[in-house]
Ligand binder design. Structure first.
Ligand code: CUA
Length: 331
């Protein structure tokens, strides 16, 4: 009698365990993996999932079993047997979770230390976040871009600063995530292991345009990256001033404004395709350096950063205004 009870319980446990393991591990819950640091994070995730599924299996199997086995018979209104605790059982169900939580905690701490380790000579990329734009400066190449480009297999240190409020840097395929906080410099270390184009998403509610604060992280093979870096370097050395369109892209204007000619697709601010034809060059310049002075009807003040007059050089500003004027005349 007692033996068949245990066999029934075990069978139930095997069925519940198989179903929950299938749901847990056969369905690809996570985006594809693309960094060395992400692999370590996924390993913690797998360990934690195994622990959770094992506990779930025991609890669910016993619950289902008792639900059917110990149902009160019709017309049975008797009380159950009085039970006043079980010291051994309580010690066991305290000790096991305490041990598991300790294991997860120590393992996580080890991974955190490894993931934050910056190898000597790791290239640095300066990340600047502002409503609602990311920009990336490569001190070694001397170029700033609105898109992050990195080399496969290289370990980077990203030094991040915010010009206004708290933002958060996240590339799902890399797993690592870090807040970008005004007034301090936060860092993230990442070694991309997969080439391709991945989304970069701001994951801290940072204002009206938060949901549009996205760009791309492009992971290139070593050869492709070196080629790109050489092109950027020689363009900078040739004294080639940035074109207005480059300024528009690199300053991140397209994050908030539609401008078909320069690939702008944001809808936080007025569509430039619509408003530019009505503006003079002076009005365009004023709207860039002092955006609160004249607000397009149905839009809010204090959304566009007011410091482009300081962050853009006179040449950049001039090129940007010129190109916006010529774009509007084309249309
Ligand atoms: Cu920046 Cu949300």
């Amino acid at each position: 009698m007692r033996k068949s009870l245990i066999i029934q319980l075990l069978l139930l446990g095997v069925v519940v365990g198989a179903i929950s393991a299938a749901v847990g591990f056969l369905i690809p819950w996570l985006p594809e993996l693309g960094s060395t640091q992400g692999k370590r994070i996924d390993d913690i995730y797998v360990l934690t999932s195994i622990i959770c599924l094992a506990i779930f299996t025991v609890v669910a199997a016993v619950s289902i079993y008792t639900f059917f086995k110990f149902r009160a018979k019709p017309d049975d209104y008797e009380d159950g047997a009085p039970i006043h605790g079980n010291t051994v059982l309580e010690a066991v169900w305290t000790a096991i979770p305490a041990a598991l939580v300790t294991i997860i905690g120590v393992y996580s701490a080890v991974v955190l230390v490894k993931n934050e380790h910056v190898p000597a000579n790791a290239p640095v990329i300066e990340v600047t976040a502002q409503q609602f734009v990311w920009s990336f400066t490569y001190p070694e190449i001397g170029v700033t871009s609105g898109i992050l480009r990195v080399k496969e297999g290289e370990t980077y240190e990203l030094k991040m600063q915010s010009r206004d409020v708290i933002h958060s840097f996240w590339v799902p395929q890399w797993r690592v995530k870090q807040d970008v906080v005004p007034g301090i410099e936060t860092t993230i270390v990442v070694t991309p292991t997969k080439t391709g184009t991945f989304p970069m998403i701001c994951t801290e509610l940072c204002g009206l345009g938060h949901s549009t604060m996205r760009t791309s992280a492009i992971v290139l093979s070593a050869a492709d990256y070196d080629k790109w870096a050489e092109e950027q370097k020689s363009a900078a050395e040739a004294g080639g001033a940035e074109s207005g369109k480059q300024v528009f892209v690199n300053a991140g204007c397209g994050g908030c404004h539609i401008l078909a000619d320069a690939g702008g697709a944001g809808e936080v601010g007025p569509s430039l395709d619509k408003v530019l034809p009505e503006l003079t060059a002076d009005q365009i310049r004023e709207s860039i350096v002092d955006p609160n002075k004249v607000i397009t009807p149905s839009y809010q003040p204090n959304v566009m950063p007011g410091d482009y007059g300081d962050t853009l050089s006179d040449e950049q500003l001039g090129a940007l205004v010129d190109s916006l004027v010529s774009t509007s005349q084309k249309g």
